[in-house]
Design a protein around this ligand. Structure first.
Ligand code: ATP
Ligand code: MG
Length: 655
């Protein structure tokens, strides 16, 4: 434990003991897309391995050079030309798969649409023609501010077809957040809808666009999908989708783009700082999104029904609703609304209804379902599931085991996938037919990726120790930069360790060399000379039966450097942590991690501040714990939650 091993100031303490492990089901392993030898093959000839994966795609012109690496700038598949939209749509129709359902969409009110690959080809072609009519050409930026409806996918693919750069903004973001992103990207067109359904009612989108574009003359047109039928203000700039796209020809001849032509800009969630406009290009991105989707989920496109519950306004939606699955000719379920509308079994109802075989969601959702209780999923037939995945935050071991048991019926492997907007695609994950998964561990870099954990000097740490996760070699779907801010690109990712990509997360290697992600290094707590991961303390708190969710931060403390302040959502919904429970929880954490990890203070809260993609924003909690003014909340789901949490403080007294 921490106290017995000397720990340098900058190395993460390795406190958690987790011994459970789940080998792959024999049947799945026997028919898995990738077998254990894949790692060796990829290591033996990494670039050759990625070339082989690139051949999964249809190229108009093959590449001359697989990788041009001029640190920190990479070019992949140099000289190659392809069209991402053709790869996601046309080629499947050409291969005789036109009748396969591409998007099985479920609206929140219960309306649904099945869109085949042939339908999708028509719609994407129509949209490409309509965008051209509106003056959109290669290289232009197009903002997409939409609900979760099929037109959102169509809009993205139409941009890709033309070589226009899409920039999707969460439909839940405010006028300001939208405006900032329009300024930064200088978008020429905004594609939006009158509204979408959320929590049982129409939620307007167009008014925010109206307000944002009123002062932004760079936006020439606003293309509006009619989804809810609610009233909208109308100006000369506005164009109805059903008129412009609906009347356009379904014939569109795509042009091939350079492998390194920009595909999209996606802003990071803003969990730690001001969002960064991450730039992704075409050939390498599509290669890795496609390969990882096939390998990590063991996708069998003929028979699987795949559902990723993320929003398209998040990178997960880009890589694992759109580009990965569609390039693999998968059938993708897409859901418009919230998990509790009209009832708390909605997700399980969708899995039962469409016989979903692969499901992918965030730990924040999983913890919410745990809080709602086992009896809810138990009412549905989830036996179609064969692989389930998690992404977005470290998954607490308790949440992993709950997910595996209650959703996966104790049969399905759980793939905990670590990656980021910047990496474009999955980087560290178990392979469901190969890996014996450990609850809470993302396990191992996917084939073709070279990840490591290093100490503060950039030296690889031995097994059993923690530090910083780094990527040692360039990878196909890596970001090509931060839009309009090259200095920030170099400073953020390439300045911490010479020649290594630093994602900003802490991690440890266990005794077997498997990787455990320990949260962001910005969040790491320094207590009496030990760096303690927020993830480990939170996981210990959540493993107590009375705690539904937890977030911990290090607050400045004269004696210990920092002391741990824990914010917990109690299962009973109490507004305060009773004295005896404070002791019980501190002892519980002490028992699982050692006395050093005991929170000094515990506050009960009704909710935790989260980004729209469901990540806990610890920096805001730290502001509260240290009595500071609260920082940028523009990416928060609900800013009013900060007032509610701040009010909890006086009643507990100062530490
Ligand atoms: P910003 O960089 O603006 O603060 P963000 O990091 O929240 O925003 P994303 O790119 O959406 O934006 O999130 C990536 C981060 O999410 C990773 O760096 C990591 O901290 C966390 N993460 C994602 N998946 C996992 C996982 N499976 N295990 C642990 N952490 C994860
Ligand atoms: Mg980040």
């Amino acid at each position: 434990m921490a106290d017995s091993t000397p720990t340098s100031q900058e190395t993460l303490s390795n406190l958690l003991r987790e011994t459970r492990s789940f080998p792959p089901p024999a049947e799945l392993a026997a028919h898995a897309n990738v077998k254990a030898d894949v790692y060796e093959t990829a290591d033996a000839d990494r670039l050759g391995f990625w070339e082989e994966q690139a051949r999964r795609l249809q190229w108009d012109r093959p590449w001359d050079t697989v990788l041009d690496w001029n640190p920190p700038y990479a070019k992949w598949f140099v000289g190659g030309r392809l069209n991402a939209s053709v790869n996601c749509v046309d080629r499947h129709v050409d291969a005789g798969l036109g009748d396969r359902v591409a998007i099985q969409w479920e609206g929140e009110p219960g309306d649904s649409r099945s869109i085949t690959y042939a339908d999708l080809k028509d719609q994407v072609s129509q949209a490409a023609n309509a965008l051209t009519e509106l003056g959109v050409t290669k290289g232009d930026r197009v903002a997409i501010y939409m609900p979760m409806i099929p037109e959102t996918v169509v809009a993205m693919l139409a941009c890709a077809r033309l070589g226009a750069v899409h920039m999707v903004v969460f439909g839940g973001f405010s006028v300001d957040a939208l405006g900032q992103r329009l300024d930064d990207s200088q978008a020429k067109l905004v594609i939006t809808a009158d509204g979408g359904y959320r929590r049982g009612k129409p939620s307007a989108l167009k008014p925010a666009v109206d307000e944002a574009v009123a002062t932004r003359p760079t936006v020439e047109n606003v293309l509006v999908v009619r989804r809810t039928g609610q009233d909208v203000e109308w100006t000369d700039r506005d164009v109805w989708w059903h008129e412009a796209v609906g009347s356009a020809s379904t014939e569109h001849t795509p042009e091939a783009h350079d492998a390194e032509d920009p595909l999209y800009i996606m802003y990071t969630s803003g969990t730690t700082a001001k969002p960064k406009g991450i730039l992704h290009t075409t050939g390498g991105y599509l290669t890795q999104a496609s390969y990882t989707h096939w390998a990590v989920f063991d996708l069998k496109p003929e028979t699987d029904v795949y559902w990723c519950a993320a929003d398209i306004g998040w990178v997960t939606g880009h890589s694992y609703i759109v580009y990965g699955p569609l390039s693999n000719a998968a059938t993708v379920v897409m859901y418009e609304g919230t998990p509790d509308t009209p009832h708390k079994g909605r997700f399980w109802e969708i899995i039962e209804k469409y016989k979903v075989t692969i499901a992918y969601m965030a730990p924040t959702a999983i913890r919410t379902f745990m809080k709602w209780g086992d009896q809810i999923p138990a009412e549905y037939d989830l036996s179609s599931l064969r692989v389930i995945g998690s992404v977005g935050e470290p998954i607490n071991p308790e949440a992993y085991v709950w997910y595996r048991e209650n959703i996966g019926g104790g049969r399905t492997p759980v793939v905990d996938t670590w990656w980021q907007t910047e990496t474009g695609a999955i980087m560290v994950s178990p392979l469901p037919g190969v890996t014996a998964g450990k609850p809470g561990a993302a396990m191992r870099a996917v084939p073709g990726i070279v990840a490591d954990v290093v100490d503060e000097n950039g030296a690889s740490v031995p097994n059993g120790e923690g530090g910083f996760i780094v990527i040692r070699e360039p990878w196909p779907s890596m970001l090509r930069g931060i839009w309009g801010d090259d200095q920030r690109y170099k400073d953020t990712y390439w300045s911490r360790f010479e020649g290594l990509y630093f994602p900003g997360d802490g991690a440890k290697k266990d005794e077997d060399g498997d990787l455990w992600l320990l949260g962001r290094v910005d969040d790491v707590m320094l207590v009496s000379g030990h760096n303690i991961s927020t993830t480990e303390v939170e996981s210990a708190l959540v493993s107590h039966e009375k705690v539904a969710e937890a977030a911990v931060v290090g607050a400045t403390d004269k004696v210990t450097g920092q002391s741990i302040v824990g914010f917990v959502i109690l299962r009973g919904g109490q507004e305060e942590v009773p004295e005896d429970l404070v002791k019980e929880l501190r002892d519980h954490v002490g028992g699982s991690l050692g006395p050093i990890a005991k929170p000094a203070r515990l506050l009960a809260v009704p909710e935790l501040p989260k980004t729209r993609s469901g990540k806990i924003m610890r920096r805001l909690l730290r502001d509260i714990a240290e009595n500071r003014d609260i920082g940028d909340t523009s990416t928060l789901t609900d800013a009013s939650i900060m007032d509610v949490i701040a009010k909890q403080l006086p009643s507990t007294g100062k530490a």
